[in-house]
Design a protein around this ligand. Sequence first.
Ligand code: ZN
Ligand code: ZN
Length: 261
Amino acid sequence: MAGTKSKRKPAWHATSALERGLADGGCPVCHSLQRAVRRYIFSFLYEGMMSGSARERFLKGGGFCREHFWQAKNIEAEHWADGFGVAILCENVLTRCQHEVEQIPESKPERKPTLLGFPTRPRRQPATFGLTPGSSCTACAMRMESENHYLAVLEELLEDTEFSQRYRRSAGLCLYHLQAAAGQWQSSASLALIKSTADGEVRKLIAELREFQRKHDYQYRHEPRGQESTSPQRAIRFLVGLRADASTHSEEVPATQRKRR
Ligand SMILES: [Zn+2]
Ligand SMILES: [Zn+2]
């Protein structure tokens, strides 16, 4: 029966996320991931962390990574002024880190000179640390899984005429996701489409960035600003994708229901 298991539901969800990303401009995969991770961290703080197994998985991974721990703190500050959930998580992670702190040597062993008086090379200490905070961040793991899923759904969607036309009119994928798609897609039509869209986007960005610089010159400063004024932001978005903490959080629990479980 496993083969008959419908993939309609997750594909539908991913489709609407990608469509929304396309409408908002910028890389639709980055956009969908940003929302998915934000939703994941929100639900973890809202109720997930109360589940023993979910909390244990979180702790085994050393808590969230730097990016997601700070994002969790911001999400909590936006929704619950008490800061209670993150305080619990920090205490849990710190308790496990106590042992790690004990493992750090207080001093370096003294180096004895050799018979000829030359200093000996320091012997490399074996790493004894067991917990690197955020090394197996659950939000990163979730992000990676969703990334493959969104890319696979996008590959399919680009074979649809209507969607592909909308894609062609957008900024398309960021460079990172273009490379990821090139590594995993099989569809030549989808690959050709993302490549030609990216080619056009890069040419447009370069021209706009040159125009931006030209208008910086005092001779042309009086000229009204046009589309080129936002080209640095769009170029950064193309090069490195969206920032994790940009606010797109309409799917979370409305303010009236925000009482943590
Ligand atoms: Zn992207
Ligand atoms: Zn992370």
